[in-house]
Ligand binder design. Structure first.
Ligand code: GCU
Length: 592
């Protein structure tokens, strides 16, 4: 059936409908009047999802002698925010359902100001009430959203209630079946933000595409109906650029400058301020160029080999989602120890602490939306959600020079619908951001026995700038030949990154290096050695990402002794112990 059916076109028509709902303020971390609402919140576990019909959001107290209320936020469960609820209460380990959160906060409504709540990430769906009034809802566990409180906020004490639901959904992204645990809760920071009526909502400050001596971007104000004066300043570059917006609060700019270019060995950051007469936002921004030239990836015009590793947003020792600078430091220090200059933040936009810290540590990033296997590409609802998540990811991280690749999919199967949707998402990504590369990870490479060669025939691989290949030779697929004899002719006109390879091993379990079912460290070690031998035969290989840095939780991993609900492909165990293969990877990166 031709893909361009009315159904498909309807999907794209829908896309434009809900676009505007995706704008949230840029970088509350750099805003003076942003107050973190992190800490202990009261909570109620609502297994049967009756809280909304019982009006939990009114937080009622009994009145008089005959009244009673069959719920209470005080005197019961308390949960850390940010934090997933699964790892905070043993009984909630595999809970998928509704959990209600409540806390009070004090506010003072400044005259001629507007007040917002900003959630950095809630999984998977959120509904928010303030003082009993619904102020907004959001679907998607990995991107921010905000609500304007100006009508619901009172001076003094405010009652904030959030209903969170982490149930998987047939039309969700990710959908029903995926190889990680779908933690639920208010996973990331929550801010109360008081901003002037006219304030800086959005800005982009990066190098102009293809230029190293021109800083370009835009400023978008919120709340303005007439031209406004704004200033972009970068003190260290002696820049104080005065600009005037149009009536809608938008102004683009180009500023001649020669910033020191960011690179892994010298991750130079600049303090940038975007301000109006009444408002200002500060950010730490880096400048670099990224492009491909034939098979090469050029960082600041020089070829670079991406010495990478994958990781989920999870602190294995805590059995929980990573959500802070401390968590980011723990994960990224292990990335650095492994000798990496690159990470793939599998399989979704991870929290800003991790993204920002990676940039500051000189680590390049492949960031992706979780279009992960089993996606129903003919469903317009899913397509709309995929585009929303893509737009929100790019919108949030467009100033993060550490991010060099936006990825639109992982291991999806070719079909007319999928080819068309993903090819269009590639085009949309380039339209949203012409300064970065677009990638996708493919697992449908095919081996031709007659020529001992791997090939890939996939329309979407022709559309992307960088092709990622996920291939588990020695694990899901035996090596078809001695590794040194295997040839690759995949995407030979562009850079190829081996975005996933490796196998499982249980830390401390030992056995012969040629028996897979032992889950031994020796087997994993030997498998990496053989992959690295084979990689010598991939002429356009420009990066490798072992799957995965740490063992991670997955309900799809059933073996009671070797897995027990864990995917054991980590180079490091769930207790932070390095397996033998870790040193094989480290040695390979030392030689690159
Ligand atoms: C896939 C997938 C990962 C998964 C891995 C595995 O390639 O992208 O999310 O965890 O294989 O099977 O361990």
């Amino acid at each position: 059936m031709p893909v361009k059916t009315p159904l498909f076109l309807a999907a794209f028509l829908c896309f434009t409908v809900n676009l505007m709902s995706q704008t949230f303020m840029m970088n509350p971390y750099g805003c003076k009047n942003a107050t973190l609402l992190n800490g202990k919140w009261n909570a109620i576990i609502d297994q049967f999802g009756r809280g909304e019909s019982m009006k939990f959001y009114q937080n009622r107290k009994p009145q008089g002698k005959t009244d009673f209320v069959e719920y209470s936020f005080s005197g019961g469960l308390r949960l850390d925010v940010p934090g997933d609820f699964n790892s905070q209460v043993p009984e909630l380990k595999y809970y998928e359902g509704n959990v209600w959160y409540q806390r009070y906060f004090t506010a003072e409504k400044t005259k001629d100001h507007r007040q917002f709540l900003y959630f950095a990430g809630v999984s998977y769906e959120a509904a928010v009430w303030l003082n009993g009034k619904e102020v907004g809802r959001h679907e998607g566990g990995f991107t921010p959203f905000q609500m304007d409180l100006s009508d619901a906020l009172v001076d003094g004490e405010n009652d904030l209630i959030v209903m969170v639901n982490n149930r998987r959904r047939v039309d969700g992204i990710p959908a029903m079946n995926f190889d990680w645990w779908n933690y639920g809760g208010i996973l990331r920071d929550v801010f109360y933000v008081d901003r002037p009526q006219v304030h800086v909502r959005d800005y982009k400050v990066q190098l102009k595409k293809g230029h190293r001596d021109t800083i370009a971007g835009y400023v978008q104000l919120d709340g303005s109906t007439s031209p406004q004066n704004v200033e972009v300043s970068i003190g260290e570059l002696n820049i104080k650029q005065a600009l005037t917006t149009d009536a809608n609060g938008h102004v683009s700019f180009e500023i001649e400058a020669k910033p020191q270019l960011w690179e892994p060995a010298a991750p130079k950051m600049y303090h940038v301020e975007v301000s109006t007469a009444e408002d200002s936002l500060a950010d730490e921004i880096a400048f670099r160029t990224i492009e491909t030239k034939g098979n090469d990836i050029l960082l600041n015009g020089k070829p670079i080999f991406l010495k990478g590793v994958n990781f989920h947003e999870e602190i294995p020792q805590r059995l929980g989602r990573a959500n802070s600078d401390a968590d980011a430091a723990m994960i990224l220090s292990e990335v650095k120890a492994l000798g990496c200059n690159f990470v793939r933040t599998a399989h979704y936009p991870q929290n800003e602490h991790t993204v920002r810290m990676a940039e500051k540590m000189g680590i390049l990033i492949w960031e992706e939306i979780p279009l992960w296997q089993g996606i129903e590409f003919s469903n317009p609802v899913i397509l709309k959600k995929a585009e929303t998540m893509l737009r929100e990811m790019i919108y949030r991280d467009k100033n993060r020079a550490g991010i060099i690749i936006w990825s639109i999919a992982n291991e999806t199967s070719p079909s007319e619908y999928r080819d068309q949707v993903l090819t269009d998402l590639v085009a949309l990504t380039h339209e949203l951001d012409d300064s970065r590369l677009v990638g996708a990870a493919f697992d449908n490479v095919r081996y031709d026995k007659a020529t001992s060669t791997f090939h890939l025939k996939d329309k979407v691989s022709e559309a992307v700038d960088v092709v990622g290949v996920n291939k588990y030779l020695g694990w899901y697929f035996p090596f078809p030949l001695e590794p040194e004899k295997i040839k690759w002719e995949v995407a030979t006109d562009k850079p190829l990154i081996m975005t996933e390879f490796g196998c499982e091993a249980l830390y401390g379990q030992h056995g012969p290096a040629d028996v897979a079912s032992n889950w031994s460290e020796e087997y994993q070690e030997e498998l990496y050695r053989k992959n690295y031998i084979m990689f010598q035969n991939i002429p356009n290989l420009r990066g490798t990402c072992p799957w995965v840095l740490f063992d991670f939780r997955s309900p799809t991993r059933y073996h009671p002794l070797n897995q027990d609900g864990w995917n054991r492909k980590g180079l490091v165990s769930d207790k932070g112990q390095r397996k033998k293969a870790w040193w094989v990877v480290r040695k390979f990166y030392e030689t690159r």
